[in-house]
Design a protein around this ligand. Structure first.
Ligand SMILES: [Ca+2]
Ligand SMILES: [Ca+2]
Ligand SMILES: [Ca+2]
Ligand SMILES: [Ca+2]
Length: 496
């Protein structure tokens, strides 16, 4: 970019009152001392923003103690180092001489964006300028740098973790404390006009505000308005507990879909945004949605990160559920239970259903109870359960494939458990499953019986701990599990 082009980018400065002191009082000291060399005191590597009221302060020393200062926006081409790439400095500043007790001065001004320039085309980066100091005898020029930035909106770092049914207005409270600390000019008007408290909407729904702090990097002289709304990737085409929706907050069920805006007036750098959370009775996991800053009006600023993720933790108690994979016979009943560690004041309901996709048994093979699938742990109770009864029916006898009943609940997903799976034994066993005898078994079988339910009872000849001959009846289901209360001991002589 050449010099002329750069000039065209020049940003207009707002001139402030200039108090250039023409004071030239002679220093009268008793003895003649060689003055030290002139020096501007100040370590400014300032970060400046568009539309910000700039005031850079410096001190001076050396010379005869009486100074004039001059701001040099861009050094003359002949004064510049030839190897150095010239970057036009768009900042116009005025000198304010504050020489009083101590020699000092300020540079004041505002850098405003050129009309019609888009945020992304605004110039940023490091620029240099010079200050000339003179005491009438000697003159010195010093070079300084500053970093030009675009003001940016930022969401507070205190987290975006909300809890269902809990009002969190701490950030608004902290900003209200600014008023007591005499910093009222820094906070936006919105904070004083809203209480951010739990309230009941005209439709009877209670909302719980979750308040987040937002800030601007620097106070500016132009007002700026930011528009925000809340969004979720929740897919209404799938049920609430579908895998596709499991971690996502549902609009108008978990949070209210609303759009609003906040205004930073000149000088204000802190404000809050808030979302109205809802409290449901659904047991669920942590769910996400996003806060989106989607538009801005007024001063040119950077929206920063336009999308921020907010997480809502559930306030229903944690339900324990331990689904199993079991093999059972027709006539058996399988019970799945849900439990709480401590009683809860509200009912907790879980929806249970047969997963048709993974169930191979037909509907006349089993009976799910309760039939509507809603299992409710009553207030104060610790447990509730459902059952699946395996019905005896006339299956085709040549079926060699065991049928499966898969039971799913709406909390499987966030508990991250494998659904309850019941395999119904089919009769007869496949050839591969038949065991005629075991080599290691030295007990002699005396009799065997197979009940209609599929329980196999075997009468064995054995010996007691006193080495007395005895009969042992063992009962087993076809899957090998022991049938309880059927193991009996008796003296063989009494049986035979
Ligand atoms: Ca939800
Ligand atoms: Ca919820
Ligand atoms: Ca709740
Ligand atoms: Ca809930």
């Amino acid at each position: 970019m050449d010099y002329k082009q750069s000039i065209s980018l020049m940003v207009k400065g707002f001139l402030l009152l200039v108090f250039l002191s023409g004071c030239s009082e002679e220093l009268s000291t008793g003895s003649k001392i060689e003055p030290e060399s002139l020096e501007i005191i100040g370590t400014h590597t300032a970060t400046l923003y568009y539309d910000m009221e700039i005031e850079l302060e410096y001190g001076a020393s050396g010379g005869d103690g009486v100074y004039r200062y001059r701001y040099i926006q861009n050094p003359d081409p002949e004064d510049r180092d030839e190897d150095e790439e010239f970057i036009f400095n768009p900042l116009e500043l005025e000198v304010e001489n504050n020489d009083a007790g101590k020699p000092s001065f300020s540079l004041k001004g505002i850098i405003k964006p050129e009309v019609g320039v888009a945020v992304e085309d605004l110039q940023t980066g490091t620029f240099s300028y010079q200050i000339e100091i003179t005491d009438g005898k000697t003159t010195k020029v010093q070079t300084f740098e500053y970093d030009l930035q675009i003001n940016k909106l930022a969401l507070g770092t205190d987290g975006t973790n909300a809890t269902e049914g809990v009002v969190d207005n701490n950030e608004a409270g902290k900003l209200l404390d600014f008023v007591k600390a005499g910093r009222a000019a820094e906070i936006c008007d919105e904070i004083g006009t809203n209480l951010y408290e739990e309230k009941t909407l005209p439709n009877g729904v209670k909302v719980y505000p979750f308040v987040m702090k937002v800030t601007l990097d620097a106070p500016i002289v132009e007002p700026v308005e930011y528009f925000y709304r809340f969004e979720s990737r929740y897919n209404e085409q799938f049920p609430e507990r579908d895998k596709a929706n499991i971690d996502l907050a549902r609009p108008n069920v978990d949070f209210l879909v609303e759009e609003r805006s906040i205004i930073f007036k000149p000088g204000q750098t802190a404000c809050v945004v808030y979302v109205n959370l809802l409290d449901d009775a659904i047991v669920e996991g942590a769910e996400e949605f996003t806060l989106e800053f989607y538009d801005t009006k007024g001063a040119l600023t950077d929206l920063g990160l336009s999308s921020h993720t907010i997480t809502i933790a559930d306030n229903e108690p944690l339900v324990f559920y331990d689904p199993k994979q079991v093999i059972r016979n027709e006539g058996d009943k399988v019970v799945g239970s849900f439990s709480l560690r401590t009683p809860y004041q509200h009912p907790v309901s879980i929806q249970v259903s047969i997963d048709q996709e993974n169930t191979t048994a037909s509907s006349d093979d089993y009976l799910l109870e309760p039939s509507n699938g809603v299992v409710t742990i009553a207030p104060g109770d610790l447990e509730a359960s459902y059952s699946v009864s395996l019905l005896a029916n006339n299956d085709s006898l040549d079926s060699e494939i065991d049928e499966i009943v898969s039971v799913v609940t709406d909390i499987d997903g966030f508990l991250d458990v494998t659904p309850y799976e019941i395999t119904i034994n089919e009769w007869p066993l496949t050839v591969a499953d038949e065991i005629v005898g075991k080599e290691a078994n030295t007990q002699k079988a005396i009799a065997i019986d197979v009940a209609e339910s599929g329980v196999v009872s075997v009468l064995l000849e054995g010996f007691s701990v006193f080495d007395e001959e005895q009969a042992i009846v063992i009962g087993r289901h076809r899957d090998g599990t022991k049938k309880k209360l059927i193991v009996k001991y008796a003296k063989l002589s009494k049986i035979s």
